[in-house]
Design a protein around this ligand. Sequence first.
Ligand SMILES: *[C@@H]1O[C@H](CO)[C@@H](O)[C@H](O)[C@H]1NC(C)=O
Length: 269
Amino acid sequence: MAEQLPIFVILSVIILSIFGVTFSQLVVNVRNKGGDVEREKIESNTTADTVKLEYLSKDGTLVTYFTDFKAHIQIFRVIVPWEEERGIVQSTPQVLCFITRFGKNEFISSDAMSKLRQKNPTAVRTPEEDKGLEKHTLNLVVNIDQSAILSQHLYNICHDARDSMYIEDTDVKLLSQVLNHDVDKVMSAMKSPELEKQSRCKDTSDIKKPCFCQYHLCVGWYPCGLKYCRGKDSAGKVVNYRCGIKTCRRCLLFEHFARQKMYCLWDDL
Ligand SMILES: *[C@@H]1O[C@H](CO)[C@@H](O)[C@H](O)[C@H]1NC(C)=O
């Protein structure tokens, strides 16, 4: 009987509750579309009900993809180093945070994530499914000091993204409904810089002028769903149980306001 073993296994609930594991980390080597290998670190915290996926891209940008399941949001934080040849010398890298509503089946639960183990940690992975490119027009700027209204984790993750934390108005409205918040109160924590009135940063020559910026990133590999196997329980009854994961890749294009073109230097193609 040659049954193929899944590469990733989900440990049974019973084993883990004995050890009381609430925090776990997985390191996965991922081949991206350019052929380079990126090392992703995925941490889950079942107490907080969060998952954090992080990788350093080839250009030196640190990308953090954080899911706060309780708040129904995803945070994409990028820490972008300044390119010295541009002649703009800054001591600290640029930090941006893009917030989107968490859609169904966009990531496995923190609980399933914490139980995930891989059989061969040095293997280089490629995802089974490519979700393609999603475009998000984030037309609001979140006030960091009032960001807890959306998620208590925002301040921690994004405090260096002052004036560059973005979300879309339709997401704010839907999130307010889901979380039972007063929409007007939540909206008062946002600024609306009239994105549609700005010109594209790539068409703006004055480095001090505000403009409409685009930022592109890809998450090369993430567990986007569970796989189920059939088996028999101790009483001989046929049951379905979680036995592995489905893996995906997604790319995101974030359109957002830049208060000066110098904060959007990558968008000049
Ligand atoms: C997990 O989350 C809890 C609750 O937010 C927090 O107290 C704890 O420090 C977190 N654990 C780790 C290892 O980050």
